[in-house]
Design a protein around this ligand. Structure first.
Ligand code: SF4
Ligand code: SF4
Ligand code: SF4
Length: 257
C-alpha cells in the first residue's frame, strides 16, 4: 500500500498508565523498518511528535485504564478509530499496574501519595478490553519489535492479526534452550502464550508471563509443579501476580475497596 500522505491510513498512538517502554520499542522498530513510514501517516504520537489529531483510522493504545477519566478518553478513541490495538502488557492485561489490585486501594494510595492520597481518583488497574472493544493485541513487556512490524503489515493488508496460541515451552524447545527448571529455577512458560522466541529462557531466566496466559492453561497442574519445586502458596500467588493478576484466579481475591 502506498500513495500521497493524505491517502495513507492515519495512525495514532495514545498512552495511558504505563512506562512508555512499548512506545519506545515502536520508535526502535520504525528505525529498523523505515519502510513503514512510507505506508502510514502517523498523525499523533506524543513520544515522537507534537502533532495532534482527532482523525485517525488505526489507534494503538499503550497503558492501563486506572482512573474514571480514562474511560471517557478510551471511548472517544473507540468511536473514532476503525481499528484499536492494545500495545503491550499494561494495555493487554493491566500489566504490572494490576499488582496493586491485590491490596486495598486506600493502602496503595497512601503508600504512594501519603497524606495527599485523597487527591487522586485512581482505581484498580484494568486492561483496555475491560473498558472498550479491542480489535487486536500486541502482547509483552515491552512488545516485541518484530511482532509489531508483523501486526502492522498484516493490518495494512486488510487481514486480522493472529497471535500464537501455544505455550512458551514449545517455542523454547524449538530453540533448544536448557529448561531453567533443570537449573533449579521456576518459569511460567508452560502457561504463557508463545511469540517472543522464549527470550528470557534463552538468556537463562524463567519466563514471567508478560505475554499473558495461553488459552485454557492448566492452572491447577501448573501450581502443583511450582509447589513441587518448593514454592509456598504465597510465593506462587506472587509469581502469578507480576503480569497475570487480572487473568488468574487471584482475581477472585482482589480487594477493590
Ligand atoms: S507493557 Fe511494560 S514496557 Fe510496555 S508500557 Fe507497560 S510497563 Fe512499559
Ligand atoms: S525454560 Fe520455561 S519455557 Fe523453556 S521449557 Fe522450561 S518451563 Fe518451558
Ligand atoms: S519469555 Fe516470558 S517474560 Fe520473557 S518476554 Fe517472553 S513472555 Fe515475557
Amino acid at each position: 500500500m502506498s500513495g500521497t500522505v493524505n491517502e495513507l491510513p492515519r495512525v495514532a498512538f495514545f498512552d495511558f498508565t504505563s512506562c512508555e517502554g512499548c512506545q519506545l520499542t515502536v520508535l526502535d522498530a520504525l528505525q529498523t523498518h523505515p519502510e513503514l513510514l512510507k505506508v502510514v501517516n502517523i498523525v499523533e504520537f506524543r513520544e515522537a511528535s507534537s502533532a495532534r489529531s482527532e482523525d485517525y483510522q488505526i489507534a494503538f493504545i499503550e497503558g492501563s485504564c486506572t482512573r474514571p477519566g480514562d474511560e471517557e478518553r478510551l471511548r472517544k478513541i473507540r468511536e473514532t478509530a476503525v481499528y484499536v490495538i492494545a500495545l503491550g502488557a499494561c494495555a493487554h492485561l493491566g500489566g504490572i499496574n494490576a499488582i496493586r489490585n491485590r491490596q486495598p486501594l486506600l493502602d496503595v494510595r497512601q503508600y504512594v501519595y501519603g497524606d495527599k492520597a485523597e487527591w487522586y481518583d485512581t482505581y484498580p488497574a484494568r486492561a483496555i478490553d475491560q473498558v472498550i472493544q479491542v480489535d487486536a493485541v500486541i502482547p509483552g513487556c515491552p512488545i516485541d519489535r518484530d511482532e509489531f512490524v508483523r501486526v502492522v503489515t498484516v493490518l495494512l493488508q486488510g487481514r486480522q492479526p493472529k497471535l500464537p496460541d501455544y505455550p512458551m515451552c514449545i517455542e523454547c524447545k524449538l530453540h533448544e534452550n536448557i529448561c531453567v527448571y533443570e537449573r533449579g529455577q521456576v518459569c511460567l512458560g508452560p502457561i504463557t502464550r508463545a511469540g517472543c522466541n522464549a527470550i528470557c529462557p534463552a538468556y537463562g531466566y524463567g519466563c514471567e508471563g508478560c505475554r499473558g496466559l495461553v488459552s485454557a492453561p492448566n492452572m491447577e497442574s501448573f501450581q502443583e509443579v511450582l509447589a513441587q519445586h518448593g514454592l509456598s502458596q504465597a510465593e506462587i500467588d506472587e509469581k502469578l501476580s507480576l503480569f497475570l493478576t487480572n487473568q488468574t484466579l487471584l482475581e477472585k481475591e482482589l480487594v477493590h475497596g
